[in-house]
Design a protein around this ligand. Sequence first.
Ligand SMILES: [Zn+2]
Length: 73
Amino acid sequence: MEIMKTCGNSQARTAGMVLPRCHFCGQVPEKGIRGGIKIRKVFICDRCESHIVSLQTGCSEYRYLLEKLKKIW
Ligand SMILES: [Zn+2]
């Protein structure tokens, strides 16, 4: 999965503010909280959100992500 490639290079803090970390890819978006959506306590970045939306309903990856989401919702 393309979104898994980059990891561990993100800064979680800017000016003392804790930035959200994406639940799926573990990335902290540059735009912070505005770089994605927050569902209850879980944050999903724009890239992962559009990735989930673009997946074909019924494909195995879609079902996998759906299972992850079910645990949140
Ligand atoms: Zn993400």
